[in-house]
Design a protein around this ligand. Structure first.
Ligand code: PXP
Length: 237
């Protein structure tokens, strides 16, 4: 199982003082040396953490796998085509949200997304869609030619009761099985941490996890090397 480490939170700390440190590119190098399989970074419309120059420098530096999260806007498509990350993950984006709040509504914007995916794939970039564990949405991801789905695990991570947790886990599992059946690559992410990741690792169809907050949070106390290695250990199958 592969691990993509999201380094946006390093840039969030930098932006707290609008200075030059800590550098998300340095974090990406350390995560890579610790054994991460790739780096994830979200260039938001408001540039609240990662800036265009960070993304450019990440592309020059990350030789493993660079996954650029972005909204499906014309501005971002142009930046992606110029930057050439290995993969783009299309996410919904709201200015007022603290973090991505849910999967992309593919059904209601399929024509637009199909065009975005076509343009990105023509530039040699793989495309993943951040999707809720919803069979209809996943079916649509396949119809519009996505390569991957990233199943949104946020509701699982936020479950308040055992029954809610089991229900969410079941939805994720069904979505992963369905996605794989359709020939999509299947990854998962959002809200995963050192306490809740095991149950997701147990779902065989999920090939990759993208994790940010919990790894960078732990890294602030014990360093990136240990934080990444601790997570990789929990992801051993
Ligand atoms: N995957 C996607 C699509 C996301 O938007 C995010 C948050 O940036 C993550 C994974 C990582 O989530 P977290 O920071 O909660 O681990």
């Amino acid at each position: 199982m592969r691990l993509g480490v999201n380094v946006d939170h390093i840039a969030t700390i930098r932006e707290a003082r609008k200075t030059y440190e800590p550098d998300p590119v340095a974090a990406a190098i350390l995560a890579d040396l610790a054994g991460a399989n790739g780096i994830v970074s979200h260039l938001r419309e408001d540039r609240r953490h990662i800036h265009d120059t960070d993304l450019r420098r990440l592309r020059e530096t990350v030789k493993s796998f660079l996954n650029m999260e972005m909204g499906a806007t014309d501005e971002m498509v142009k930046i992606a085509i110029k930057t050439k990350p290995d993969m783009v993950t299309l996410v919904p984006e709201k200015r007022e949200e603290l973090t991505t709040e849910g999967g992309l509504d593919v059904i209601n914007q399929k024509d637009h997304l199909k065009d975005v995916i076509f343009r990105l794939k023509e530039a040699g970039i793989k495309v993943s869609i951040f999707a809720d564990p919803d069979i209809q949405q996943i079916k649509e991801c396949s119809r519009i030619d996505a390569d991957y789905i990233e199943i949104h695990t946020g509701h699982y991570a936020n479950a308040k009761t055992d029954s809610e947790l089991i229900e969410e886990l079941e939805r994720i599992k069904e979505a992963a099985i369905y996605g794989e059946k359709l020939g999509l690559g299947v990854s998962a992410g959002h809200g995963l941490n050192y306490h809740n990741v095991k149950e997701i690792v147990a779902i065989e169809e999920i090939e990759e996890l993208n994790i940010g907050h919990s790894i960078i949070g732990r890294a602030s106390l014990v360093g990136i090397d240990k934080a990444v290695k601790d997570m990789l250990k929990l992801m051993e199958r």
